[in-house]
Design a protein around this ligand. Structure first.
Ligand SMILES: [Mn+2]
Length: 367
């Protein structure tokens, strides 16, 4: 049996609204022509309550496909317990099957596939979620079994208390499929697959890789990635050294014009790195963005980083606000004002203005 595995279409994604539809439709349409079964791994929609326009468009699209679709919902569609989410609504409209802490058996030409699904749960509840799933869903012996998830996994995402590949492997499924992570990944010798999103959402360098879906062959136990037509995404990095404002503007403008000329429809991201000339701040660099040009200004990042480091160091040393202020005042007044001792004045000020005045008067008398 051939199974298409699609994830994170984020239909209705405001930044690239039309792309989100056309690229989702391209993936499902292609899968419909090649697969016996389509599995969808969550975040079909970008929001938990999509507009009627978006719901209407997806319902008629899904009803035009002939291949059965089993889906789970993602974090973008998760709603409170007992309320209907948009993937559940699609099931009511007869367009797909929605699995959530439940399972189904799909049969075609005498071959049986067992499919279990767990819709997204918050990261800290994911391990408990898997335990609950194991209690409610029993994997039948001798059947090819698939688990569909939409979770963060420690090997690919930074975070605490996340599921690990080890936990997942122990569950005993033949194939584990995961959404949520928008970049294509595979592990456990091809028994764990993440197809990635069909639309660009994070504008990271990794997202310049092709978009698409996996086609899995249960006989050969092999997967293949099928690329879909997708709006081009270009990621450029420009390095500067002691740059002047005009220099940055000119260079960015020039590169952008060249890229745009070659790629009229592309999404373009330009990252600025390096240093500005003395006296300029990162925020002085103002460059116009638009719906398809994005600027990631990391100029003078080392200075920002060292400022942050200084703050962190101070925190680590557990200097109180008062100690920091005293140290600062002492530093600024060094050699200029010798009338008072900063820590003593600070002490007097924190008691009250009269005390501070009294302290200063005494110091003046003494000098
Ligand atoms: Mn997502």
């Amino acid at each position: 049996m051939k199974i298409a595995i699609i994830a994170d279409t984020h239909v209705g994604y405001p930044r690239f609204y039309e792309d989100s539809f056309t690229q989702a439709e391209a993936a499902f349409r292609d899968a419909d022509s090649k697969a016996d079964l389509i599995l969808f791994l969550g975040d079909l929609y970008d929001t938990r309550v999509p507009s009627l326009q978006i719901l209407g468009r997806t319902i008629s699209f899904f009803r035009s496909l002939k291949t059965p679709i089993y889906a789970i919902h993602g974090n973008h569609e998760r709603r409170s317990k007992g309320t209907l989410n948009p993937v559940g609504l699609l099931e009511k409209a007869g367009a797909i099957h929605h699995l959530n802490f439940s399972s189904a058996v799909f049969e075609k030409d005498g071959e049986k596939i067992f499919i279990a699904g767990m819709g997204n749960v918050p990261d800290d509840l994911a391990k408990a979620g898997l335990r609950r799933l194991s209690e409610t869903v029993q994997i039948p012996g001798g059947t090819f079994s698939i688990l569909m998830l939409h979770q963060s996994v420690k090997e690919f995402v930074f975070g605490e208390e996340l599921l690990e590949l080890d936990d997942l492997e122990k569950l005993g499924y033949s194939l584990i499929l995961n959404g949520h992570i928008h970049v294509r990944k595979e592990a456990l010798d091809g028994r764990f697959l993440i197809p990635g999103s069909t639309v660009i959402t994070q504008l990271t360098k990794e997202e310049t890789n092709p978009r698409g879906y996996y086609l899995y062959d249960t006989k050969e136990k092999k997967h293949q990635f099928i690329q879909i037509p997708c709006r081009k995404f270009l990621f450029e990095e420009l390095e500067f050294r002691d740059a002047k404002l005009g220099g940055v503007q000119e260079k960015v403008g020039g590169i952008f014009a060249d890229l745009r000329k070659e790629n009229p429809d592309a999404i373009i991201k330009i990252r600025l790195k390096g240093t500005l000339e003395k006296g300029l701040r990162t925020s002085d660099v103002i460059l116009a963005e638009d719906g398809s040009l994005f600027i990631d200004n990391k100029l003078n990042e080392h200075i920002i980083r060292s400022d942050l480091k200084a703050i962190r160091d101070m925190r680590e040393k557990k200097l109180s606000v008062r100690e920091m202020s005293e140290a600062r005042i002492r530093d600024k007044l060094k050699g200029k004002i010798t009338l008072f001792e900063p820590s003593e004045l600070f002490e007097a000020l924190s008691t009250g203005p009269e005390e501070a005045l009294k302290y200063l008067q005494e110091k003046m008398k003494a000098s």
